[in-house]
Write a protein that binds this ligand. Structure first.
Ligand code: AOF
Ligand code: ZN
Length: 370
């Protein structure tokens, strides 16, 4: 086979594996959602004979499932793995060893694994057993979907995605007007899909009071994928009759609890709300410490949905990894609340990563460089 053709086929199967890995985003706990495709050529051209994806909650891993499906056809086949196969004995035996035992001849990997128990050891086990290993195929695309896992592993905080909806004149709402519709149904369903893929959603108390949002995923069939909802609430002002509190028994709500506000906990606790003991710096909840706490709780991706004050605070402390802006076609006017960031004013250090159009609405996604 021509070398060029092999590369092309490798990229094609890896792209399919990466697309497949997206399916369990937000469902694998502290594990990344990894996919494995086993591809064999029984004479009729290469074909997928086994598929695996990290299970709900994080285990079993992807590889043993793909191997089980492939059965004997795994012998001599190529395995496409979106993350370096693990090398450690956890609750499951190392996936690298499982690939060796199954008789896989060739492993094509995408992202490297920073987990100190893996980090190069997985590939080393494979090579030692005589398996041909190609590393780093579509590594950036795979890492893009695992950014939560990678950020939590390396920085000990969740990946922070800042999402805002902007009017045509770069406003995010109107003082005292509650929720102002900015985008139409397609863009809104994209927001709900982002919620499903996140581990936690956060808003400031200003937004909770002004908009009374419920912050759940309401895509038909995906309602159960609503992640935990967090409110930064220095003075614990979240009303008992708010949509968040009223739904706290269906989808968890956590309120940042500063030490001097203990007396407000009782009624919220009775309503099913939980608390995060938070540090206060200069009368504001300290964000780096809060993020550290969220990472310890196992949250790998945090979706920050506003408002302006909260968005500015995360941006000012350089705690935002990704900015997603939805833009609507109508203007809100001079009385509107100015957006802290808009497509013409993106902070230094971010690059445009993806752009799309949903009807009359726009979608702009920026990622922090490096
Ligand atoms: C794989 N395949 O599908 C996933 C991997 O706690 P454990 O034993 O499940 O190990 C967690 C680590 O396993 C995690 O930090 C990452 O290094 C790796 N995830 N590895 O071979 C998979 N999800
Ligand atoms: Zn594994």
């Amino acid at each position: 086979m021509m070398p060029g053709r092999t590369d092309e086929a490798d990229r094609r199967f890896m792209a399919a594996a990466i697309r497949y890995s997206r399916r369990h985003l937000g469902l694998t706990g502290t594990n990344p959602s990894v996919a494995t495709l086993i591809v064999a050529d029984d004479g009729g051209g290469p074909a997928v004979v086994g598929r695996g994806i990290t299970s709900l909650g994080g285990r079993p891993h992807a590889e043993p499932q793909a191997i089980a499906e492939a059965g004997e056809r795994a012998r001599g086949a190529t395995a496409y793995v979106t993350l370096e196969p693990c090398a450690h004995h956890g609750r499951t035996p190392p996936c690298a060893e499982a690939l060796v035992t199954a008789g896989i001849a060739r492993v094509v990997g995408a992202a490297a694994d920073p987990d100190h128990r893996v980090s190069g050891r997985g590939y080393a086990i494979l090579r030692k057993a005589g398996i041909e290993v190609v590393e780093g195929v579509l590594a950036d695309a795979a890492a893009d979907l695992m950014r939560g896992y990678l950020t939590r592993s390396v920085k000990k905080r969740p990946q922070v995605i800042l999402k805002l909806a902007l009017s045509a004149d770069a406003k995010i709402g109107l003082e005292g007007a509650g929720q102002v519709p900015i985008t139409a149904a397609i863009a809104r369903s994209q927001v709900h899909a982002m919620r499903a893929e996140a581990d936690a959603i956060l808003v400031g108390i200003g937004t909770a009071l002004a908009d009374d949002p419920s912050l759940t995923c309401r895509l038909p069939g995906l309602e159960a994928r609503s992640p935990v909802r967090i409110v930064i609430d220095r003075k614990m002002r979240l009303p008992l009759d708010s949509a968040l509190v009223q739904t706290a028994r269906q989808v968890p709500v956590l309120v940042t609890a500063a030490g001097d506000m203990q007396e407000r906990r009782g009624p919220l606790t009775a309503a099913g709300v939980g608390f995060i003991a938070a540090e206060v710096h200069e009368d504001h909840i300290a964000l780096p410490e809060l993020l550290e706490d969220l990472a310890e709780r196992g949250y790998a991706t945090l979706l920050v949905e506003g408002g302006a004050f909260t968005a500015e605070a995360f941006l000012a402390e350089e705690l935002v990894d990704r900015i997603v802006l939805f833009t609507g076609p109508e203007k809100i006017g001079p009385r509107g609340i100015a957006a802290p960031v808009d497509p013409d004013h993106i902070p230094a250090g971010f690059s445009l990563h993806r752009q799309a159009v949903f009807g009359a609405d726009g979608y702009f996604e920026y990622v922090r460089n490096g």
